[in-house]
Design a protein around this ligand. Structure first.
Ligand SMILES: [Zn+2]
Length: 344
């Protein structure tokens, strides 16, 4: 017989989902998770949430705050506690060791890296309740959820263009099309991605480091892996190699296979920052979940380089129409966020 959550556990799950989305919780490559611990009468004891890569998981954060007996308690977690066969420690093992009697789970973790927690807990005598507010719990981490469904990373593409849709002047120069606030925002997008993808050519022209920096120039706590596509050579003294971030140069045109291999490598979110050719290739391949389009109030005219290449649209009926879900202003620039519906 499948166990059902109690009323107190459903209230706790609502709290867990809420604290998972705390402002301090980084929108990074790790899913956001909240945990509430209840005593055997359903009374609140402690909570914890995951702050992002390098910080304790939500269950551990909650257990660490407990100043009463843990044995016999119930842990209510928005995401299935992790189970790592390749590691000594994981949240599932810690919950069993701590003597937690019952675990209520929102969303099951189907990522290859950490799945199997519910089974481990049940095998070790813990009462496991699955499916409490699953949809709400999954909605906390749309990238994570979609990535697992599609078996490829969640893919965002950033395009910074002039009012007339140009991303560079005729000579390829493109620095500072957008203003400072928008550029700070791009650094935030980088820190939210597991991997930033660009081309060797773009790296050469823009002399970009692809690091995620704060306004004061210091590095943000999470830095993405950098993947540069192309067959060109990149001088070993290029700025990108001086950042300490992992940088890989890959010569491939098979974007679909590349995305699959990143997924297998546990990279669940990607930010594309490139010129029109690669951006167009990703859109044509149906490999974009979200476009972050930065429009700046400058005009470059038709000598400028168009933001996108040929998308095979010759009639207005063939136009690609992503869904606009947010429009905001950063300084003088307008940020338009668009989503592509899921293929399945
Ligand atoms: Zn964990």
């Amino acid at each position: 017989v499948a166990l059902a959550p109690s009323a107190a556990e459903l209230i706790a799950m609502r709290q867990a989902i809420e604290i998972a989305q705390d402002e301090a919780a980084a929108l990074g490559p790790n899913p956001r998770v909240g945990c509430v611990i209840l005593d055997s009468d359903g009374q609140y004891l402690a909570n914890g949430f995951h702050l992002g890569v390098g910080h304790p998981h939500a269950e551990i954060a909650a257990l660490e705050k407990m100043n009463t007996e843990v044995v016999g308690t119930t842990a209510v977690v928005s995401l299935e506690p992790c189970f790592r066969s390749d590691r000594e420690q994981s949240c599932s093992k810690r919950l069993v060791e701590a003597g937690v009697k019952r675990v209520v789970i929102g969303q099951l973790d189907e990522s290859a890296k950490a799945q199997g927690g519910a089974k481990y807990l049940a095998d070790n005598g813990v009462e496991v309740v699955v499916g409490a507010m699953t949809e709400e719990a999954a909605a906390i981490n749309p990238w994570f959820t979609k990535s697992i469904k599609l078996k490829r990373p969640y893919i965002r593409i950033k395009i910074a263009a002039s009012l007339d849709g140009r991303v560079a002047a005729a000579d390829g120069s493109s620095k500072w099309i957008s203003g400072n606030p928008a550029r700070d925002y791009v650094h935030q997008l980088r820190s939210e991605a597991s991997v930033v993808i660009s081309t060797i050519r773009t790296a050469q022209i823009d002399q970009s480091r692809f690091t995620a920096r704060n306004t004061d120039g210091s590095l943000k706590s999470h830095q993405p892996q950098i993947l540069l596509l192309g067959k060109e050579k990149l001088n070993s003294d290029h700025l990108v190699f001086q950042t300490g971030n992992q940088v890989d140069l890959i010569d491939t045109r098979d974007l679909s296979s590349l995305m699959k291999s990143l997924y297998q490598d546990q990279k669940l979110s990607v930010l594309i920052e490139s010129g029109p050719t690669l951006a167009t290739a990703f859109i044509e391949a149906g490999l974009v979940d979200e476009i972050i389009w930065v429009v700046s109030p400058i005009l470059l005219g038709n000598q400028g380089i168009a933001a996108l290449g040929d998308l095979g649209v010759s009639n207005i009926d063939q136009a690609i129409r992503p869904h606009v879900y947010e429009i905001s202003q950063l300084g003088l620039d307008t940020i338009i966020k668009l989503q592509f519906p899921s293929e399945s």
